[in-house]
Each structure stands twice: as C-alpha cells, then as structure tokens.
Design a protein around this ligand. Structure first.
Ligand code: KG4
Ligand code: ZN
Length: 344
C-alpha cells in the first residue's frame, strides 16, 4: 500500500510517500518540505492568509518532487492522506482540497489525519521505532500534552497545558528578547552560551500533583527581568535565554517522569517541534536512563511539521483497521480537534 501524505496545517507545506507492506512498520520512500518561516518573519508570526496562498503555490511542485525522488508515479498511489486538523482553517483547506481533487482524479480514496497523531507516531519512522504501549510527550507550537498511547487510535489524555504551549513559551520569550520568529531554535542557540542559574524563573504547576502545565507566567517573568535589566539586557541576554530554556525543560522533564511513574510504563516518545530541543533531549535521556526507561524521538528532520508523519499516520490507521479511506470527497477540516476525541 502506497500512501501520499500532505501536511498544510500551519506554516510548512509537506508532502511524502510512505509504503506499508502487510503489518510491517511503514517505510518512508521520499518526503519534501517547504518552510514559510522566511515569509512570515517580517510579521513576527504566522499570517494565516499568506500561509494559505503559499501552500497553494507549493503543494503540487512538492508532490512532483516526492514522486520523482521515490521513482514512483501518481498511478501507484493507493491512498491520498491529508491533515484534517487541528490548524489554520484556510491552510488546512488547501491540503484537504488538493488531496480530494487528486483522489477523485485518480479514483483513489482519501483519508483525513489528525496532525498531533502524526507527530505522536512520527518516531515509528526512526531507526529505533517504539513499541506500544508508551507515554507520549507532545510538545509543539500549539500543544503541550502528556498522553498514554496503548495502540493506534488508543490515546488517553493524562495532562495538558492550561494556557500557553511549551513552543509558545519559547516563541514568546524569544520575541521579548528580540530573537525573531520562530523563537524556539534561536533562543536555544543563544542559551548555549548563557548560565541557566543566573536568573530564578518560575516553574508553574511543578508541584501541582497533576500532569497539567502552565507556561503563561513564564513570559511575564522574562519580561519583568528584561525590564529590570533595561540597557543591561544585551549583555545578559544569553543568561536570560538559558534560564528560560532551563525552566521550560525542567517542567517538561519532571512531568514526563511523573506520567511514567503513574502509568508504570517504561517507554516514552517525544514528538512535536520542541522535541528538537537539545537540552530537553539530554535531560530526558539522563533522567530516563537512570530509571531504565526507553526514550524515542522522531528523526530531527521529522520533529517539526512534515508530510511524512501524515502519510505514516494514515498508513498505520489503515493497517490497524481503525479507519477506512473514503471516496466521499467532502474535504471538511477541523481547525479545533482534541486528539483524545479520535474514535478508535
Ligand atoms: O510541531 P511544530 O513544528 O508545529 C506545530 O505543530 O506547532 O512546532 C513548532 C514549535 C515552535 O514553537 C518552535 O519554536 C518550536 O517548535 N521549536 C523549538 C525548537 N525547534 C522548534 N523549541 C525549542 N528548541 C528547538 N530546538
Ligand atoms: Zn505540528
């Protein structure tokens, strides 16, 4: 079974071809990505209308590129998968519209995928794929969630952010420090030359006894520190960046360990853009190594949004028999869509 996957939920157009044989873990044949980061940089964040228009420009050339790289053709595609939600409505409609048009033209069925399920399953494309069940720490620009994953489509929400997402905390703090958009990677780079102990920043809900997160207070604390420093900020920017990164990572690691303790599981998967963060990876590896817990990450290139995870999630849902592809080409999208609302 060959699945063509299209991702267009936010500011990355991703297309990929995945092949699934029997019940084996699907294999990535080729993927291509166009990031709109440069286009949105001038505005300090994603401009939805510009995002939609750019997806329209990029999606078909990317599809041709992927098919050429895989040495395949549209005729070989069995299912066209697309991101159905959550995300920007107009951006989602581009991927859904193209997928449904391709499906209708080829006489092949389509399948709408949950973006976060794509992130969550993306480590299955790595050289060290996980096995069910596991805990998943989903840390993206819009979501911070801990889930128990018992199988494809069997997701139980254990805790989530009550305000900002971890990626948002990175991005907003970076913006306050004048580091541009998207701030996560920039803040993390600057933090490498700073002292994380130089500032005491809050770790909200660290001892709340549940698995929820709150990051909104952190940006206020960063702003307060920045204001206090005034003209002296420039010289202390790396220290403040390091303290911010340390605060975010500390909470993510401690809550992940708490989720592992509660569930009794010995395996954790980290997915979503913030999963690319080096400090998070090293601290989680160390803490889990001590407890004999296995940690799985997607390949670095597949941490942030991409088409491979969408094609993969579709293939795995079909293999597990939890969803059928459809020839009812009604490309409805779900800009808001909780992952645990996915029916198994
Ligand atoms: O999963 P993703 O690509 O898009 C969403 O679905 O939201 O995640 C994007 C988020 C952004 O907030 C970005 O700043 C953050 O991931 N990010 C990072 C790093 N790379 C990406 N945050 C911290 N450190 C990084 N290395
Ligand atoms: Zn994402």
């Amino acid at each position: 079974m060959i699945v063509l996957g299209i991702e267009s939920s936010c500011d990355e157009t991703g297309v990929a071809l995945v092949e699934a044989v029997g019940t084996q873990v699907p294999r990535l044949r080729a993927h291509a990505l166009h990031s709109q980061v440069e286009m949105h940089q001038a505005y300090g964040g994603v401009v939805p209308e510009l995002a939609s228009r750019d997806h329209i420009r990029r999606v078909l050339p990317l599809a041709s590129q992927v098919l050429a790289e895989a040495g395949s053709s549209l005729r070989e595609v069995d299912v066209v998968a697309y991101t159905r939600g959550p995300g920007l409505a107009g951006a989602l409609l581009v991927g859904a519209g193209v997928a449904c048009a391709l499906g209708a033209a080829l006489g092949k069925p389509v399948l709408g995928v949950h973006h976060l399920e794509g992130h969550l399953l993306s480590p299955f494309l790595s050289s060290d794929p996980p096995a069910f069940p596991f805990i998943a720490l989903l840390v993206s620009g819009g979501h911070t969630q801990l889930m128990q994953v018992d199988g494809v489509g069997r997701y139980t929400l254990l805790g989530e952010t009550i305000d900002d997402a971890a990626g948002e905390a990175f991005d907003k703090s970076a913006k306050l420090l004048g580091l541009g958009y998207p701030g996560g990677p920039a803040l993390s780079r600057l933090a490498q030359s700073g002292d994380p102990a130089a500032f005491k920043l809050p770790r909200p809900l660290l001892h709340s006894g549940d698995l929820d997160f709150s990051f909104a207070g952190l940006k206020t604390a960063v702003l307060t520190q920045a204001n206090k420093l005034g003209a002296g900020l420039e010289a202390r920017k790396a220290d403040l960046a390091a303290a911010t990164e340390a605060a975010i990572v500390d909470v993510l690691v401690k809550k992940s360990l708490a989720a592992l303790d509660r569930s009794g599981l010995q395996r954790i998967v980290v997915a979503g853009g913030v999963g690319a963060n080096r400090l998070l990876r090293s601290q989680l590896d160390t803490a889990c190594g001590r407890r004999g817990v296995r940690v799985h990450y997607p390949e670095l290139a597949l941490c942030t949004d991409n088409g491979a995870m969408i094609a993969l999630a579709a293939a795995m849902r079909l293999q597990a028999g939890v969803q059928e592809a459809t020839t009812a080409y009604a490309f409805d999208v779900k800009p808001r869509w909780p992952l645990d609302a996915l029916a198994a």
